[in-house]
Ligand binder design. Structure first.
Ligand code: AMP
Length: 426
């Protein structure tokens, strides 16, 4: 099966969009083929009884559908991934070895491990593979050449492979050897390169589904900074019917509107940019909602450490001098929920407040609930990765939305309309 993908999938450029047909793993004949498969096993780990233990196996589970297809087709699957930021050094706590056991349990077959990702020991390990076998290579970022997208290193990685399959959407915004260079080497040799099923789903929901969204299309954006998301806001202003802004980001917009923000987190140098977005919303007839009330708390020091004092609802658009906005208030929850209720397509990225602190999580959780209710009523809800996914999972609502992206940075860059090197190389 082929799917259509536009790298420039969002508004403005869509008339001149460049559609490219990409292969997926389902299209390939893999019988007896050696497949170099890039996966995202950058899983959170912590030391437990002197060994590293995996805290969250979501990313490993997410690769199982693609792995099962490859195994079922009789491929010899060589898995490559990174863990953390070892910056070219062998750091024991960043070894992928613990993933081997977990993957083996989840997929129900043995998984071999090679403590290198290039060189003779890999050659040896691949030589012994039978059709349908799985082999996991050691952390590819133990070599600085990975992040440098070094052509010689890409050749070394590709030395044992006939085919390239990339299922690591979360790393697709990086032009690294294993996400980009290897695909180029294999293509140059006349080998096939394809997207895994997870990658395909990400591109389908963050790309194709938002190309012609069913209306009303409601976008919810939150998180810390306007600067991180302004490009996404700008593009979505050409597509959305309603944009809801929460999180600290809202306070920079409030500044632009001449409101007071007290000690809230703001980016004064982004006020003009925020103003331009507000003007664009008016010009295009996009409903652009900011919180009309907030939860506020007094930032203080407790035993030399930063802390928040008492919190209360500030039932005004203006925030007093001595307090910081930490969440959206009940009136804002109500108006945001009302806007979400009628949506047919929802895109959500970023929390409404400092949700990591249970005292300030209510706004984010209420928005999560509204998104799930709209989904139950037939809306397509797409969660753009990062903290919104964490918040949904924390609220136990992760299975009640249409799609949760596995990529934080990658999904934002994709929504900005940037070309992802891990995708364009396919
Ligand atoms: P981002 O990575 O941009 O989505 O930002 C997520 C972070 O924004 C989370 O760690 C939140 O704690 C933080 N955040 C959300 N609302 C606020 C706020 N009102 N003040 C400070 N930080 C916030």
């Amino acid at each position: 099966r082929r799917f259509l993908l536009s790298q420039h999938h969002l508004p403005r450029l869509s008339s001149a969009a460049l559609f490219m047909a990409k292969l997926t793993v389902n299209d390939l004949d893999l019988q007896g083929k050696r497949v170099f498969s890039r996966v995202d096993y950058n899983v959170p780990m912590a030391e437990q009884d002197g060994a590293m233990a995996i805290n969250d196996e979501t990313r490993i589970r997410a690769t199982l559908p693609t792995l099962k297809v490859m195994v079922g087709k009789g491929a010899k699957v060589i898995l490559t991934a990174h863990l953390g930021r070892p910056k070219g050094e062998r750091i024991g706590t960043m070894s992928l070895r613990p993933v081997t056991k977990k993957l083996s349990e989840l997929i129900g077959q043995p998984v071999a491990f090679c403590d290198q990702c290039v060189g003779d020991s890999v050659t040896e390990a691949v030589t012994h593979m039978k059709n349908g076998d799985l082999l996991l290579l050691e952390n590819v970022r133990y070599h600085a050449e990975e992040e440098a997208n070094d052509p010689t290193f890409s050749e070394q990685l590709a030395a044992h492979a006939d085919v390239y399959v990339n299922d690591a959407f979360g790393a697709a915004h990086r032009a690294h050897a294993s996400t980009n260079g290897v695909a180029k080497v294999i293509t140059a040799r006349g080998g096939q390169c394809a997207a895994g099923l997870l990658m395909e789903r990400e591109l389908q929901f963050l790309g194709d589904e938002l190309e012609e969204p069913e209306r009303p299309f409601v976008v919810i954006l939150g998180g810390a900074k306007v600067s991180d998301k302004i490009k996404v806001i700008d593009r979505l202003l050409e597509k959305a019917d309603t944009i809801l802004i929460g999180g600290a980001m809202a306070y920079t917009f409030k500044l632009a509107k001449g409101l007071t923000v007290g000690k809230s987190l703001v980016e004064p140098d982004m006020v003009n940019v925020a103003q331009a977005a507000l003007d664009k919303a008016i010009k295009r007839g996009v409903k652009f909602l900011l919180p009309t009330d907030n939860l506020v708390a007094e930032p203080t020091e407790l035993a030399g450490k930063f802390a928040f004092g008492d919190h209360r609802i500030n039932d005004s658009e203006n925030i007093p001098d001595n307090v910081e906005g930490v969440d959206i208030g009940p009136k804002s929850v109500e108006s945001f929920s009302e806007a979400i209720k009628g949506a047919k397509t929802i895109l959500w990225n970023g929390p409404m407040g400092i949700f990591e602190d249970p005292r300030f999580a209510k706004g984010t959780f209420c928005v999560a609930k509204a998104v799930c209710e709209a989904t139950a009523d037939g809306a397509t809800s797409i969660i753009g990765g990062g903290d919104s996914v964490k918040a949904l999972n924390k609220a136990g609502l992760g299975d009640q939305v249409t799609f949760m992206s596995t990529g934080g940075g990658a999904s934002l860059e994709f929504l900005e309309g940037k070309e992802l090197p891990g995708v364009s190389a396919l």
